[in-house]
Design a protein around this ligand. Structure first.
Ligand code: NDP
Ligand code: MG
Length: 380
């Protein structure tokens, strides 16, 4: 029986992780759950999955939940609670399903204990990829991707020699504005940007998918997860989201992983790896899907993808600046303070303004994250 800690159990990935765990009661047990503010949903999850401990990041709401549930389970609060549970509590698999760079510190605690990390929280690898991968090596901690593209690549690489890889080919749906004229981008509303054609996800990643920043973050994520340089990572637009990504080998052969756009499959694979377990998820019916199509991404139209490439080229803390600027800009767009087209311009300004530090340690990364947030918060 594997004990699972889910950081961010009330989000889209968190809920899907619990959906998977529900189907395998003899394989997994929920050790701990965490939320930011959604304590009502967390309480429902406590009743069903009976974790021994939960963390609510919001201190006031955490205390409210503690008073309400009595001694049903222990309730910790705040960022210190998230660190405490990752660093000292008993579990086997750490599922990183928080959104944003807030996932970084608890993930590091889990890595230092040599835990298995099922990582959805791509921002952690974007802001500190070099540090995270070296810590994983040092503490013998296994990083298994949950992001569907990276899960696909991970599956294609099983049994292969890394030296035989010519290219990773990451697929992108293209988001809701794939065929929209760029001249009309400044009229895009929050509602339109939140309406993703293929995937149901949390708000932040849904906006990232509309700007194609999500694909940029995924290229950086792939660079660290698979130890490939940027020239070996291609992005191809594939609007049907059936091929989740591919690997091309030195003999020209391409391996792909296919499936319906449903995160339960990559989550299950990350939890059961290296085993494959039978489930009753809907099967992919290729004749019903009919056509699969592919295009080059338009980096003139989707500037965020280009900015992510530049940050990866620049290295050091540039991806951390990119990520922090994007998190603040997306927040501002979601709360109606800026236009869709202002998101890339804020990120560009931050990359110009904030100093880049090479091979940063954790203190430098946190300082860079803080400075960028402060700078972009002040823009309008
Ligand atoms: P959601 O917004 O749906 O969920 C985020 C979770 O994190 C919630 O449990 C939320 O709590 C909690 N949370 C939010 N902010 C904080 C914070 N500052 N500190 C602690 N906890 C916090 O996000 P998703 O599930 O969509 O995404 C999670 C991660 O997985 C992201 O990094 C995303 O890029 C990645 N990912 C998501 C995919 C998807 O299909 N959704 C696909 C691939 C990757 P509360 O509910 O209380 O707000
Ligand atoms: Mg993805």
């Amino acid at each position: 029986m594997k004990k699972v800690l889910i950081l961010g159990s009330t989000g889209s990935i968190g809920k899907n992780t619990l959906n998977v765990i529900r189907d395998f009661p003899d394989k997994f047990e929920v050790a701990a759950l965490t939320s930011n503010t959604r304590i009502d949903l967390l309480e429902i999850q406590i009743d069903e999955f009976k974790p021994r401990i939960v963390v609510v990041r919001d201190e006031i709401l955490g205390k409210r939940l503690r008073d309400k549930i009595g001694n049903k389970c222990k309730v910790l609060t705040g960022n210190s609670g998230l660190l405490e549970v990752a660093a000292n509590f008993d579990y086997d698999i750490f599922v990183g399903a928080i959104v944003g760079s807030n996932g970084l510190a608890p993930t590091i605690e889990a890595i230092k204990r040599g835990k298995t990390i099922a990582l959805a929280n791509k921002e952690t690898l974007v802001v500190a990829g070099e540090l995270i991968t070296s810590l994983c090596e040092k503490y013998n901690s296994k990083l298994i991707p949950v992001d569907s593209e990276h899960s696909a690549i991970f599956q294609c690489l099983e049994g292969e020699n890394k030296a035989s890889v010519e290219k990773l080919i990451i697929t992108a749906s293209g988001g809701p504005f794939l065929n929209k004229n760029k001249n009309t981008f400044n009229e895009i509303t929050v509602e339109e940007a939140l309406n993703h054609p293929n995937w149901k996800m949390g708000n932040k990643i849904t906006i990232d998918s509309a700007t194609l920043m999500n694909k940029g973050l995924e290229v950086i994520e792939a660079r660290w997860l698979f130890g490939m340089t940027k020239d070996k990572i291609d992005v191809v637009v594939h609007p049907q989201s059936i091929i989740h990504s591919m690997v091309q080998f030195t003999d020209g052969s391409i391996k792909a992983q296919l499936g319906l756009p449903d995160m339960k499959l990559p989550i299950q694979y990350a939890l059961t790896y290296p085993e494959r377990c039978k489930n009753n998820f809907e099967r992919t019916n290729l004749p019903k899907i009919g056509n699969l199509s592919f295009f080059e991404p338009d980096i003139e139209k989707f500037e965020c993808l280009n900015l992510a490439y530049s940050a990866l080229d620049a290295g050091g803390t540039a991806p951390c600046i990119l990520n922090a600027a994007n998190e603040i800009a997306v927040d501002k767009f979601l709360s109606g303070k800026i236009k869709f087209t202002t998101i890339p311009s804020f990120i560009y300004k931050a990359l110009e303004k904030i100093e880049n530090h090479k091979s940063p340690d954790l203190v430098t990364i946190y300082e860079c994250d803080r400075l960028t947030r402060e700078f972009v918060s002040g823009l309008n």
